[in-house]
Structures are given as structure tokens and as C-alpha cells.
Design a binder for this molecule. Structure first.
Ligand code: ADP
Ligand code: ZN
Length: 745
């Protein structure tokens, strides 16, 4: 352990047995390597691991987190400074460990790792947000006596005392109920008949479920019961265990989670339930709240600061014992954790895309090991890594006993390109849906009207001035938009190069499909769901409920339409350009395509009306599409794992990606070569270094990537960290930004 202190020498009044706090400073400086020792004076006795301190640091005062309390320091006592004060409520020792673990594991800094563990709102001045309190009053024994024995009381005084016989009440409530003002209360306090105290008031997250009656658990199906029983054994064992709950959409996975949560609560332990982005899964959250009531705390970004603070403190104090939320819920300050659920474990939102680039599914495994907790990952489309590694329990069929809908693949290679993006057979199926007054979902995973704008005369193509991508036509706003950096321009009518006015908009996005469908299928309403229409709070829910309430309608949108809802009247799901995701140069493209097609197929035929699925594609024989059409997850996964083994990709190796960026192209190229050389020296023969890959430009900066394939993630992260640190020391690369992504998505 490195110790040291850059603080001024001080003399100490207190010379008893020394106590030392090892403190990790919360700073953005990457080069700083803590922790640093501070001596604990008597006035701060009781400092614990997890406390947030204000500390002198050189000439400044900054915040730090106590990561260890020790009896001695390697430095002489007179070199140690004292913390200034303790701030707020701090975090738990387990989360301190977790924060430093994340820093190590994902090539980040302890400061960034620890910051995620602190109470919401902890900033430069400590906890910016505080508990909200309210003055309330309660009756004293003397007050109760006074009511009975004819003591002289004014009418208002009597009314207040009578009211308080039912229990304590807030000032406002007393004013409304007994018509008494503060002077009446003051006199009652002086006479010793009531007591006033501060009570904290919970800022309750608004949720659809609040107020609705607790919903009773249904009798579990046989498959559900078998799954629950097997996993209960693991809970009884009290040791870390991990299961994949593989169940098709509608197989009743959520009921299994609920039964397991109830089981761990019965045993006096606590639970975390992670769901993909909360905006997309309001139904999941409200089901937990409806069943478990106030024992559930939710943590997500749509809460106000005050609500988030209160929910966090409820978890910390133990008044809430279940945390439901997106990936950050894995940092819930719960003690005695007995269960972690990762719902829709294939979802890419579990990976954080900014430093620290942690994967909440791996963090979950770590917490389950540390706590001896059960980890359950549920999905209809498991990741190959999970399938290969984790013990499975399966829910093979839908709870309602309905079969999976038949899937028809339409080979678009054979269709007339002038026919437009929607095949005649698809259109005919949609017309039938209209005739029967039912509903359909159409997915095209690209927003905007058309992905390309070209000049017919000279071939000029509109690209983003800041990024190496094309600009997307957005007809609604009359703009060309870069989906990378959001740069936009007025939609051109004339070519800037040759002056030509015949411009072609090629390809299709959600806006174009919406228009085409509305033209062909009027008067059936066409409702669009994508990032442009669902922007703003509640936007997503509003659109889904409009679709829900319509008698007969089409929902068209990006992959948002494939997630987190369940409409019985949907009898047709359509996927256009299903291989679009396959064209990404990424080894996960197959996995992603399979998952998207399967998830969307699962949205059709959830009611008695039955349903069907149409998949339009240029790659009808791609395994990801064929196997999805056959509802054959095991078949897909076995094949995919074989392919990964041949290519030595995860789960048979780990990937670490280093990205360098700067405004100056030459500087990036030089930095990439330097890092590649530094890393190359540290790697073993089993590791391989791929790249530097070709330069690309995004947000007006040049970027270059280096990819490392390794069998030993920990050791290689250390090599990368050293390389990156030493690059940072070289003046020539001062303006080059470096980011490291361990197990990138
Ligand atoms: P999944 O999460 O696997 O997609 P859900 O848990 O959402 O499936 O279940 C699908 C539907 O079936 C829900 O409406 C749920 O309330 C209902 N359900 C689940 N289990 C049962 C059961 N044992 N008996 C009756 N209905 C059930
Ligand atoms: Zn751009």
C-alpha cells in the first residue's frame, strides 16, 4: 500500500494511541495514487470505513473516502494532517471495496469507482441534498391527563389534544384539522401537554403503482415451481450461486423473481432487481411495488434529487430491503444481500459507456460472491457467455400455454428494388390486420426518414462535417441530422457542388415507414415510437399507452418497440431490414440480431387471437435469423459458441479496447503507435494485439482504436494501465485523450 501525505506539517494536541484513516481523495486527477494517511484526532473519534471526509490536501480542501482505519502509519505522526470534518452519511465498507474493485477491474481510478458508491448528491460541499423534515407534534402523558381531569383548556387547545390522541401529526395537519395556529401549539408546549419534534418526510417517487392494492401472487405453474424450488436450495445453502433463468417471453420469469425475493426477505436478507433502462420498463417496476409495497426502493435517473436521496437512505437504513432499478441499482447500499436478479440479462444497457466502463452483470457477480448471495440472470435470449458458463433452469413455454407464433422470412434479394421498403406480402398481412380490427408492430432499427441523401447529377453525398458518417434525412423537422454528434443543417434542395436539384433520398428509417404505412392503411392509426417521438419525461409511456388504448393500430419504431410491454391484441410483428444489425463490423452482431428478432417475435400473439411474425431480410440464411425464426435459442447459441471458439472471441478470451483521440490526426497516429508498442512489450504470447485500426473521425476529433485479446484479464489490465499512465507522462501527447474499455460491447 502506498502511503504519504502532501499536507503541511502540524503539531498535535492529542497524543493518545494513534488512529489513522487511509483516505482516497475524490479528484479527477488520474495520476494521483492514493490512499493517503490522516491521523484521527479525538474530536473525530469513531471515523469508519465508508465515511466521507473533508481533508486538507496540499493548499486545498477536498473530499475523500475512508478506505481503511489503521493503528499506525508508515509515516511519522508529525507528518500526518488531520481531516477537517466528517460529511454526511457516507457509504458502507462493502461498497468501498466494490468501488476500488471496479477501479482495478475496469482500468479506472479509485475516485471514479468510489464516487458511484456515495449518497446521491455528494459533491464538493459534501451532501448537497438533505433529508426533508417537518415539525410534528405528539401528546404527552400530562396532555392525556389534562383531557380527562377537567384541567382548564381553551377550545382550540382541547381540539388539538383530542386530535393528537390518534397519533402524532404535522403542524399543517393540525392547522387544517383543529384550526389551531402556532401560538396555540407554543402554549401547549409550554404547559408540557404536547411535544414537538422534527420528523423526516419521505419524498416518494411517483409511480403508477402507488395506491394500488397489493396484487396477490398467482399459483405458480409447474415449471415455475420447479425453477423456484431449485434456486431456493441455493438460497438455503447461503453460499454464492449463479443461475440462468432461460424462459421465452411470457413464460412467467417475473413471478419467479418475485417468489425468490419473498424467500430472501423471509430469511431477513435483502435483494436487488436490475432491469434494463427504466424508461422502457415501467411495468416491471410497478409489479414489484404492487407486490412488495414500501419495502421496495427504486433508484433511477428520472427521480428528483430529493427522491433519489431518500430512496438511497431508505436502503442504507434498512427501511427498504429491495432495490429495483437499472444498472446503477447494483450499487444499492443494502447489507446482508441475499439475491440479485438481472432481468433481460442480454440487454446492452447493463454496460456503462463512460468511465468507469463497468458491466453491471459482472459487478453483480462480484457482489453475489462477497455476500454469499444468489445471482439469477433471466432472459429469452441469453448471451453466449452466460449460456456457456452458468447453470440453467428453463421455462420452456408461455404461462398461458399458447405456442410461439409462426415466423415467415421474406427474402428481399428477390424483390423489386422499386417496390419500396415494405414487401407486398407484408403489406397484405397488414391490410388483413386492419380488416380484422387488430394491432401490429413494425420495427425498423433506424430513425429518421432516409439514411442517405445524394445528388443525382454529380453524385455528391451529404456527410457530417464533424464525423465520418452520412447525415440522415429528417423530413419532419426539414433537417439533415448527424446521429453521432447531433450536428444538423437545413435539408438541402440543391447540390452545393453542381447546383443540381434532383436529389435522391435512399434507404428507409422510421419516419418513412410511418408515412408509407399511413398512406396505404388509412384510416388505421400509425403510431411512431423512436428517440425523436419519445423525447422528454413520460414520452415513451404516453406513446405506448396511446397504442394500448387504440382499437386497432400499428406501432412503428426502432428497437424500442421490442422491449418491455405486453399487448394482447397484437397479432402481427414485422421486422424490416432484419440484417441491418448484422452489417456492423462487430463480433456481437450475430448475437444482437438473434436477440432483436426473437424479442420482437415474442411481442406477437400474446393473446387468444394468436399471431404471426414476418421478417424481411437480405440475409435469409444467416444463422441468427434462421434460428430466431425457428425459436431455436439453443441451436443458435451452440453454433455461435463454436464460431467464437474458432475465432477465439469471448467467452474464450477477453477483449480490451484502447481508444485514442485528438484534434490533430498525426498526434493520434503517433500516440496509437506508442501505446501499441508499450502494451506489446507487456503482453504474453497467448495475448494478441489487433490494430491500431484505421483512423476515424467523430465529433471533430480523430480517433484510433487498439484491441487486445487476452486470456488473463486482470494481468492485461495492469499492462494497459501502465502503458496509458506512461503515455500521460509524455508531454507530446498531452492533448490526446485515452479511454480504456474492458470487455467492450
Ligand atoms: P416474462 O417475464 O417471462 O415475460 P411475465 O412474468 O411477465 O413473463 O408473465 C407473463 C404474464 O403471465 C404476466 O401477465 C403474468 O402476470 C402472468 N403470469 C405469470 N405467472 C403466472 C401464473 N403462475 N399464473 C397466472 N398468470 C401468470
Ligand atoms: Zn457528426
Amino acid at each position: 500500500m502506498k502511503v504519504g501525505s502532501k499536507c503541511n506539517v502540524r503539531t498535535h494536541a492529542y497524543l493518545g494511541p494513534m488512529s489513522v484513516a487511509r483516505v482516497e481523495p475524490l479528484t479527477t486527477a488520474r495520476a494521483l495514487r492514493g490512499p493517503f494517511d490522516y491521523s484521527i484526532p479525538e474530536r473525530l473519534a469513531g471515523i469508519e470505513v465508508g465515511d466521507v471526509l473533508q481533508i486538507p490536501f496540499g493548499p486545498r480542501r477536498i473530499l475523500g473516502v475512508v478506505v481503511e482505519v489503521a493503528e499506525t502509519s508508515e509515516l511519522p505522526p508529525e507528518r500526518l494532517a488531520e481531516p477537517i470534518r466528517i460529511l454526511g452519511s457516507g457509504t458502507t465498507p462493502e461498497l468501498v471495496d466494490l468501488g476500488t474493485w471496479i477501479a482495478d477491474e475496469y482500468c479506472s481510478t479509485p475516485s471514479r469507482g468510489l464516487s458511484m458508491m456515495l449518497p446521491p448528491g455528494t459533491g464538493a460541499a459534501g451532501e448537497r441534498i438533505r433529508a426533508k423534515t417537518e415539525k410534528s407534534a405528539s401528546i404527552t402523558p400530562a396532555g392525556e391527563e389534562a383531557l380527562g381531569d377537567g384541567t382548564r383548556l381553551g377550545a382550540k387547545q382541547r381540539a388539538v389534544l383530542e386530535m393528537l390522541l390518534d397519533g402524532e401529526a404535522s403542524g399543517a395537519k393540525i392547522r387544517d384539522g383543529a384550526g389551531a395556529d402556532s401560538s396555540t401549539l407554543k402554549r401547549l408546549v409550554e404547559r408540557g401537554l404536547i411535544e414537538r419534534q422534527d420528523v423526516s418526510v419521505r419524498r416518494r417517487p411517483v409511480s403508477a403503482a402507488v395506491g394500488s392494492a397489493a396484487v396477490d401472487a398467482p399459483d405458480l405453474s409447474k415449471d415455475q415451481q420447479v425453477a423456484v424450488d431449485e434456486m431456493k436450495l441455493a438460497i438455503e445453502g447461503g453460499e454464492a450461486a449463479e443461475y440462468l433463468l432461460a424462459g421465452v417471453t411470457g413464460s412467467g420469469k417475473t413471478e419467479v423473481y418475485l417468489a425468490l425475493v419473498e424467500e430472501v426477505l423471509r430469511r431477513g436478507r435483502t435483494a436487488i432487481v436490475m432491469v434494463p433502462e427504466i424508461g422502457l420498463t415501467p411495468q416491471a417496476v410497478s409489479r414489484f411495488q404492487a407486490r412488495l409495497g414500501d419495502r421496495v426502493a427504486v433508484l433511477h435517473s428520472a427521480l428528483t434529487d430529493g427522491q433519489r436521496y431518500d430512496e438511497w437512505q431508505r436502503l442504507r437504513s434498512g427501511s427498504a430491503t429491495v432495490c429495483v432499478g437499472p444498472r446503477s441499482a447494483i450499487f444499492a447500499p443494502l447489507e446482508n444481500l441475499g439475491l440479485i436478479v438481472v432481468d433481460e440479462e442480454h440487454d446492452s444497457s447493463y454496460k456503462q459507456e463512460s468511465d468507469p466502463r463497468y458491466d453491471a452483470r459482472d459487478v453483480a457477480r462480484r457482489r453475489s460472491e462477497v455476500n454469499g448471495a444468489l445471482l439469477v440472470a433471466g432472459t429469452a435470449t441469453p448471451r453466449p457467455e452466460t449460456w456457456a458458463r452458468v447453470k440453467r433452469v428453463e421455462l420452456p413455454g408461455r404461462v398461458d400455454g399458447l405456442g410461439m407464433p409462426p415466423v415467415e422470412i421474406i427474402d428481399m434479394r428477390e424483390s423489386d428494388p422499386r417496390g419500396g421498403p415494405i414487401h407486398d406480402r407484408t403489406m397484405a398481412a397488414l391490410v388483413e390486420v386492419r380488416a380484422r380490427g387488430e394491432k401490429a408492430i413494425v420495427m425498423i432499427n433506424r430513425r429518421g426518414f432516409a439514411p442517405w441523401l445524394n445528388c443525382r447529377t454529380c453524385g455528391h453525398h451529404w456527410g457530417c462535417p464533424n464525423c465520418d458518417v452520412s447525415m440522415i434525412v429528417h423530413r419532419e423537422s426539414g433537417r439533415l441530422v448527424c446521429h453521432h454528434c447531433n450536428h444538423f443543417e437545413k435539408l438541402a434542395r440543391r447540390c452545393p457542388q453542381c447546383g443540381g436539384t434532383t436529389l435522391s433520398q435512399s434507404g428507409a428509417g422510421t419516419q418513412r415507414i410511418e408515412r408509407d404505412l399511413a398512406e396505404h392503411l388509412a384510416p388505421m392509426p400509425v403510431i411512431r415510437l423512436d428517440a425523436d417521438t419519445s423525447d422528454g419525461p413520460g414520452g415513451h409511456g404516453r406513446i405506448l399507452s396511446a397504442f394500448d388504448q387504440a382499437d386497432s393500430a400499428i406501432l412503428v419504431g426502432t428497437q424500442m418497440v421490442a422491449k418491455g410491454h405486453d399487448f394482447a391484441e397484437v397479432t402481427l410483428s414485422v421486422i424490416l431490414d432484419a440484417d441491418a444489425t448484422l452489417r456492423f463490423p462487430d463480433f456481437r452482431a450475430e448475437e444482437r440480431t438473434f436477440s432483436l428478432v426473437t424479442q420482437l417475435a415474442g411481442r406477437s400473439g400474446r393473446g387468444e387471437l394468436g399471431g404471426r411474425v414476418i421478417v424481411q431480410t437480405l440475409a435469409p440464411h444467416a444463422p441468427s435469423i434462421e434460428k430466431a425464426a425457428n425459436h431455436d435459442s439453443p441451436g443458435f447459441l451452440e453454433g455461435e459458441l463454436q464460431r467464437r471458439r474458432l475465432l477465439d472471441y469471448p467467452p474464450y478470451s477477453h477483449l480490451i479496447r484502447i481508444q485514442l483521440g485528438a484534434e490533430d490526426e498525426g498526434r493520434v497516429a503517433a500516440a496509437a503507435d506508442r501505446v501499441a508498442a508499450l502494451v506489446g512489450d507487456g503482453l504474453t504470447e497467448e495475448d494478441s494485439l489487433l490494430g491500431p485500426a484505421p483512423m476515424f473521425r467523430a465529433r471533430n476529433r480523430y480517433r484510433r482504436r487498439i484491441l487486445i485479446k487476452t486470456g488473463d484479464r486482470r494481468a492485461t489490465v495492469t499492462v494497459v494501465r501502465d502503458a496509458v499512465d506512461s503515455l500521460a507522462q509524455e508531454g507530446a501527447f498531452r492533448k490526446v485523450t485515452v479511454s480504456v474499455d474492458v470487455d467492450p460491447q
